[in-house]
Design a protein around this ligand. Structure first.
Ligand code: PMT
Length: 401
């Protein structure tokens, strides 16, 4: 099963209509594609299908009430609105469409829609006469002007016996349509190479020098690159993560391995992004046997410099667009700018790793994208979202290049 929706948070809004039973199947399809799904039901929807069914399928409590203090304390309407990467209303009844058009906040679902800045999609489902009614059609025009995606409806026999437009689209088609909302195609036809994670520099057969990089930033970038339509190669140091679908992963251990894999990738590379935390030095020699304690209180290991991967990529004959990262604990932008110039990069992404809540081995990051003549700050956000925003900036800069 594909993972096009991996790391995507879909808030499924279910309004009242006989098609509500299909929302159960839609949850399964979305989860199959890798999405995390939470459900908000209107009062009318609960007449057609129980919250318990949708809770069992989504794995999370279903939210139903705007004025329930307990539910608000758990995940209130503002948190739900911020949590979602996309709100999918399926089925969207004529009444729900009308309330959405008016900008009402008279129940939890419409309030979450008002409070959210993420894309919203509707899958209309209603009787064919209601569908063709000028009021419904005018509402749909307004929603379209506001950028709300509309999937379906399909045509065919209806529960009421009528035949015509108004059947909710098939859950499989809806799941694919949802996944296409995230496909920006900004880097269609391009090849992106990303280094990620830490490197390990062996001291002896059982010990090594490494760092706290988890690979999360690099893997999120790989997912975003795939979503942008790029052919994506991930050169990864040791991590516990699995590669996103449609990403080719090359596993490496040391900086030297990463250097070789990176240089070998250049023939086909349009954009090179170095998010790996590469060890600057490695032990001058690797002991063949496990080093034994000598009884002394100290020991020292002679270290030699590792190749600078990104600087070598930037100096290559067939030079791609080169993006580096700079993890700094002080004078973040100044040091990043210095690396940009010294390593001859096109863009550098500075992250302040003095804050332990962001940067290394955390879910979130906050970065500033620095070029020779611009600075773009992206405030703290999930690495998943930041990766999408970073790829958008890279695509824009690359096309200007
Ligand atoms: O993996 P996570 O836990 O998600 O954390 C993400 C991160 C904090 C590791 C990542 O966002 C980050 O900042 N990566 C770069 C970390 C770093 O150590 O940077 P640096 O200042 O040492 O290196 C600058 C740039 O040169 C980087 O793009 C690095 O990949 C590259 N480099 C460094 C040394 C070397 N020998 N070869 C290189 O290519």
């Amino acid at each position: 099963m594909g993972g096009q929706l991996r790391n995507r948070r879909v808030l499924l809004g279910v309004s009242g209509g006989i098609a509500a039973y299909k929302s159960a199947e839609l949850i399964r399809r979305l989860i199959d594609l890798g999405a995390e799904v939470r459900v908000v039901m209107t009062k009318a929807a609960q007449e057609f299908i129980t919250p318990l069914t949708l809770q069992a399928l989504s794995g999370f409590p279903v939210s139903t009430d705007l004025l329930d203090p307990e539910a608000e304390a758990a995940m209130g309407h503002i948190e739900l609105a911020r949590w979602a990467d996309l709100i999918m209303i399926a089925p969207a009844s004529a009444d729900l469409i009308s309330r959405l058009t008016l900008g009402q906040g008279d129940d939890l679902l419409t309030t979450v829609c008002l409070a959210s800045r993420c894309p919203i999609a509707i899958a209309p489902a209603m009787n064919q006469a209601m569908w063709h009614h000028p009021a419904t059609q005018a509402n749909l025009v307004t929603l379209k002007e506001r950028g709300i995606h509309q999937f379906g409806p399909d045509s065919g026999g209806q529960a009421c016996g009528d035949v015509g437009l108004g059947r909710m689209s098939d859950p499989d088609d809806l799941a694919q349509a949802i996944s296409s909302v995230f496909q920006t195609r900004l880097l269609e036809g391009k090849t992106v190479v990303i280094t990620a994670g830490p490197t390990r520099e062996a001291i002896d057969p059982v010990r090594y020098i490494s760092n706290h990089s988890s690979g999360k930033m690099g893997y999120a970038l790989a997912q975003a690159a795939v979503d942008a339509g790029a052919k994506t190669l991930l050169i990864s140091g040791p991590t516990n993560l699995s590669a996103p679908d449609y990403v080719k992963r090359i596993d490496v251990i040391s900086a030297d391995d990463m250097y070789k894999a990176s240089m070998n990738s250049l023939d086909e590379c349009d954009i090179f992004i170095a998010s790996a935390a590469v060890a600057d030095f490695r032990p001058a020699s690797i002991a063949e046997q496990k080093i034994k304690k000598t009884g002394q209180e100290t020991m020292s290991v002679d270290m030699i410099k590792n190749p600078d991967i990104i600087a070598s990529v930037a100096a290559a004959n067939k030079r791609p667009y080169v993006v580096g990262f700079a993890a700094e604990t002080q004078q973040v932008i100044d040091y990043a700018r210095d690396k940009l110039i010294r390593k001859n990069l096109d863009l550098i992404i500075a992250n302040d790793v003095s804050n332990p809540d962001i940067g290394f081995n955390s879910e979130n990051n906050a970065v500033t994208l620095v070029t020779k003549d611009s600075e773009t700050a992206l405030p703290e956000n999930s690495k998943t979202q930041l990766a999408r925003d970073i790829l958008e900036v890279i695509a824009a800069q690359y096309s200007r290049n």
